[in-house]
Design a protein around this ligand. Structure first.
Ligand code: SAJ
Length: 406
């Protein structure tokens, strides 16, 4: 029998399943996409993350990791499926738990007495309780009653670009629906986690994960708001932050073209949805960060003549990753193209433009872009752009959203 069944083989599920497999556990990885399953079973990966290919290959070659499109009996079931939000016509965001529900219902027929069910997906408060209810509902439909099932929420905190290192070295939180569930989850993660593992209840663990990302979002919003204030007052925001941060108790983050990725721009909404009257600061932070791409578009349009050639450096959602999903840079490029500008995109981490930009922008090399553009917009501070100098940009208008070119 499998030791673990991991549902969802994306950015969290795949590294987690693989690391357990390399520690000798028999792991069944489940994904609804047959293409993903086939890719993993052939020892390859469908996502980009440093060294993940090596880990997955080792896990598959050891015979301990197998992928499939449906679950099977295991001692532990780990849910690592997406939890996006749905935008209502009035602009409010509500969590979409349909992937969690579908995954929970899919493994329910395979559970046995004493199994541990872990929700790793970032989730609104109360979701672990819902997982339990969905599993029990499926069991009831089958006329079964399973004793001693344990449920815990053990959120992941790994940073894209450093996932494998942080998977092992980050402290973890295990929040159980019962203390026994939290303890059993701790013993499981201790298989590979070398840092401290803290035990709590499931609701606290759920809110802790959301709080971490909301905290970062609010702090980035502070930096982004400062950048708007500085633009208005003619002050260099980078110099301002550098100097303010010399105070022993001030540590301002960096402004940018907006906040991207699948976590920081999403998770605060789960708190706002649950406590709309109370979460005023978090809502405003989201609004400030979401407005930043529009500010950059306005800056470029003000600098560019009609139909001008604009070079946009970077498309990824942050530096040194190739992930273009939920990227403010992609949003900005799309708006500039729509405004009639000729947009040259430079993104050393990809070979093709995302679908949303195909036919609207041209993917070119840095040299090509610099030779042709009238306006240069630095959107991502990739290492590949670190050697750019102001001298190379002489005669061009520069909009440096990351303060990378000094
Ligand atoms: N950003 C800024 N200024 C900054 C820092 C970041 O504009 O000073 C922007 C980035 O460019 C990017 C966005 O914020 O567009 C998010 O980047 P990030 O590096 O702050 O975070 P993520 O989304 O890659 O990963 C976050 C991490 N959470 C925290 O640091 C609290 C990570 O630890 C989580 O595991 C991850 O979310 C997640 O999956 O929840």
């Amino acid at each position: 029998m499998n030791s673990l069944c991991v549902l969802g083989l994306g950015y969290i599920g795949l590294p987690t399943a693989s690391i357990f497999a390399t520690k000798g556990r028999h792991v069944l990885g489940v994904d609804i996409s047959p293409a993903v399953v086939e890719t993993i079973n052939s020892g390859h990966i469908h996502i980009q993350e440093p060294d993940l290919d090596v880990l997955v290959r080792a896990a598959v070659q050891s015979g301990n990791l197998k992928a499939a499109t449906s679950p099977a009996p295991a001692e532990v079931f780990i849910l690592a499926v997406p939890t996006p939000f749905i935008v209502a016509p009035d602009g409010s965001r509500t969590p979409d738990l349909s992937f969690v529900e579908a995954a929970a219902r899919s493994f329910a027929p395979f559970v046995a007495a004493g199994n541990l069910v872990i929700l790793e997906s970032t989730s609104p408060v109360g979701t672990t309780e819902k997982v339990k209810a969905w599993v029990e509902d499926e069991l009831a439909k089958l006329g079964r009653k399973v004793d001693g099932l344990l449920y815990a929420h053990c959120p992941e905190r790994i940073l894209p670009g450093q996932m494998l290192k942080e998977l092992v070295s980050n402290d973890r939180i295990c929040g159980g629906l019962t203390p026994a569930a939290a303890e059993k989850a701790r013993d499981l993660y201790a298989t590979f986690c070398t840092a401290q593992i803290f035990l709590t209840d499931a609701r606290t663990a759920e809110l802790a994960k959301l709080t971490e990302n909301a905290y970062r979002d609010v702090n980035i919003a502070f930096a982004n708001e400062l950048s708007l204030i500085c633009d208005k007052l003619g002050v260099d925001v980078w110099e301002l932050i550098r100097l303010a941060n010399r105070h022993p108790r001030v540590k301002i983050l960096q402004p940018g073209p907006g906040v991207g990725g699948h976590c920081i721009a999403v998770d605060p909404w789960f708190i706002v949805d649950a406590a709309p009257q109370e979460a005023r600061l978090m809502r405003t932070a989201r609004e400030v960060n979401d407005s930043k791409p529009h500010h950059v578009v306005a800056q470029v349009r003000a600098a560019a003549s009609e139909g001008a050639v604009v070079a946009c450096l970077g498309l990824a959602f942050k530096a040194n990753v190739d992930d273009l999903r939920e990227s403010p840079a992609v949003e900005i490029v799309a708006h500039l193209a729509k405004a009639g500008l000729k947009v040259l995109a430079v993104e050393p981490h990809v070979r093709v433009l995302p679908e949303s930009l195909q036919g609207r922008a041209e993917l070119v090399s840095l040299d090509n872009a610099l030779a042709r553009a009238e306006v240069v917009v630095l959107l991502v501070d990739h290492r590949a752009f670190a050697s750019l100098t102001l001298a190379q940009l002489a005669g061009k208008k520069l909009i440096d959203t990351r303060g990378a070119i000094r």
